[in-house]
Design a protein around this ligand. Structure first.
Ligand SMILES: [Fe+2]
Length: 468
């Protein structure tokens, strides 16, 4: 069977092939677009989730385990006015020092918020802070006292913590085990801290100031603190986000291209369908002219076309190929238009001259269809449908597979319809006679494979033989 499919495929029309290729291309293109869109969406969602998790992660900085993100250095301010002595009656001498903490954002991202816990390891006092607030945790005999204060602006009367009042100075007492939580002020622009300043007004560092009192003149050492902070990364700071954004732009352009190709293809398909309709209707009209010549063979061309199409299906032809075969078979007897009615409709036996005239319908048909190039094989159908497999047919006497495939198929369909139809000079033949004739003429008149297909169609009752 493969040989038939291969032979016929060589005749496939260009229009059908172009339509098929375009449809396949658009289908693959569409799948690719959907896949690409899914990858882009997943990529962008992935970027967003990554940024969300990155921005909401609490981070920790300690002097023991610094990160590359930030740094904090707490040290005496260093100038002469930043240290002095305070004597409080009944207490050892207090040494006051102004300490500065330089908090630097070393990351490329913005620090949206931060706070610092400083653990106290000796008896001391805190009395002032330049900015922000202090949440002071003080362990007393009554238990832990906690109070949050803006040390720039508070009244000693409001204090719940233990403290010393010396003149205008309020000194909040701290001991080993106490701690303070420095809470930077947004109003003081202590946060957010940009990672890469965009202007001279911005800085990637903040300086805090605190006054501590201790009982020794040497500065206190602050090396036990930890900073909690949050970083903010923008989507635009991720190269992969730009990759997916570029992919999204490319996708939009591809969608526009797809729509343009789709519309163009649809218009082309519409034109092709219109052309096919014109061909189909023209062939049907021509066929009616042919069949109208002989009322006894009325409908013969259409039936032969149907049988040929069914044989094509049996032989493994595609839908398009079967449709082409249908049109080819419809036109197989078109040469009869040139045969005189007196011969075509003659009820009795034909003379040799009359039979020779009848036989000419094959070559006349081929001449008529010579320029009918839109359906390849249509000329062969008219020219070779009276060839016989054993080489005794007409008009060329070709034999076997030298006879074009369409000619061999129509030959079987044509002979079957002739036997299964009433003629002016005889009635239709019986089922037994027809099957016997078809079987007896395997490899004689008919291609054996094709006639076997027809016998299968009869046995399967797909082709019915009318009652004689
Ligand atoms: Fe014929």
């Amino acid at each position: 069977m493969n040989v038939y499919v291969t032979l016929f495929k060589a005749d496939k029309s260009v229009g059908v092939r172009v339509m098929g290729n375009n449809a396949k291309f658009l289908k693959r293109y569409k799948k690719l677009m959907i896949l690409m869109l899914a990858v882009i969406i997943i990529g962008l969602i992935g970027c967003s989730v990554h940024v969300y998790l990155f921005n909401h992660r609490e981070r920790l900085y300690t002097p023991a385990g610094p990160t590359d993100d930030c740094s904090m250095e707490i040290a005496p301010r260093g100038d002469e006015s930043s240290q002095w002595v305070k004597n409080v009656i009944g207490m050892p001498t207090w040494y006051a020092t102004i300490y500065q903490g330089l908090f630097t954002n070393a990351s490329p991202y913005t620090i949206t918020y931060w706070s610092m816990r400083v653990n106290i390891h000796e008896a001391c006092c805190v009395s002032n802070a330049w900015c922000g607030s202090l949440e002071i945790h003080q362990n007393t005999e009554e238990g832990e006292k906690v109070q949050t204060l803006d040390l720039r602006n508070f009244s000693p009367k409001d204090l719940t913590l233990d403290y010393i009042q010396d003149g205008p100075d309020t000194m909040i007492l701290l001991n080993d085990g106490d701690y303070i939580e420095y809470l930077p002020g947004a109003a003081d622009k202590e946060y957010p801290i940009t990672g890469r300043p965009k202007s001279d007004d911005e800085s990637s560092a903040r300086t805090i100031g605190l006054i501590f009192y201790s009982h020794h003149s040497a500065p206190m050492v602050f090396d036990d603190f930890e900073i909690t902070y949050y970083l903010h990364k923008g989507l635009a700071q991720m190269p992969v986000f730009w990759f997916f954004s570029a992919a999204a732009i490319l996708w939009v352009m591809l969608v526009i291209a797809y729509i343009a190709v789709f519309l163009t293809d649809r218009a082309a398909q519409k034109r092709i369908r219109q052309d096919e309709l014109i061909i189909e209707q023209s062939i049907h009209v021509l066929t009616k002219f042919v069949d109208a010549k002989d009322s006894y063979t009325n409908g013969h061309s259409y039936r032969v076309a149907e049988y040929s199409q069914m044989l094509g299906q049996k032989l493994g032809f595609s839908t398009d190929e079967c449709r082409q075969l249908f049109y080819i078979a419809l036109m197989h007897d078109c040469g009869k238009v040139a045969i005189p009615d007196a011969i075509l409709k003659k009820p009795g036996r034909l003379t040799d001259e009359e039979y020779a005239a009848i036989k000419k319908h094959t070559t006349v048909g081929a001449e008529l269809l010579n320029d009918f190039t839109s359906i390849k094989g249509i000329r062969d159908g008219a020219l070779y449908h009276h060839e016989r497999y054993d080489g005794t047919g007409y008009p060329t006497g070709k034999s076997g597979e030298d006879i074009p495939l369409v000619g061999r198929i129509i030959c079987v369909a044509d002979a079957f319809d002739a036997m299964n139809s009433k003629r002016c000079y005889r009635d239709r033949h019986t089922r037994e006679y027809i099957i016997q004739e078809l079987s007896d003429n395997r490899s004689k008149q008919f291609d054996p494979d094709i006639v076997d297909c027809l016998l299968e169609l009869i046995v399967e009752d797909q082709i019915r033989i009318a009652e004689a």
